[in-house]
Design a protein. Sequence first.
Length: 199
Amino acid sequence: MNHPKHEEWVPYLFGEANSFDRRQLQEHLQSCGECRDEIEAWQRSLGRLNAWKLPRAEKRREAFTPVLRWAMAAALVLGLGFGLGRSSAPAGVPAGALLQVQHQMSNSLAALEARLTNATEISSRELLQGVTQALDQARTQDRQAVLALFRELEERHTATYVALRKDLETLASLTDDEIRQARLKLIELAGYEVPKAAQ
């Protein structure tokens, strides 16, 4: 019976096989007890690996904390500056000067918002990059562990096969010797003549 190679089983075990391959492998499993036992053992191993919990990663709030503090400080300074300016300004401030100050404040506020948005985007990108790298590393480690298990199972299977073959060869040799001895005894019996005195 032709058994699928280990490389063909890996996508099936991880649920990444296309529907045609998955159907063929399932049909093979239904007809081959040896492969079914081996795949069930691998699935149990994967279940144990999946049950293994990694320690939780620390939350990275500290990346946003300095940005928020600076934003609050800037808003407070702008508010105080505006309040002090209003209270110390003479009553007869021209409307053009007020419009100019208001325009400057709007520009300053827009620049501050742009800097905050930029800093937040950079922090978000760095955080996302860190999470992606951690997930990739965990997946790589999982695959390496599964491949190591596959190799170990294959080595055990090979050792069992070699031992069984050696035992069968020994048995065949012993059986062949016994058949030869039995044949010689039959030839001796066939050639044996009963003495005339015994007749």
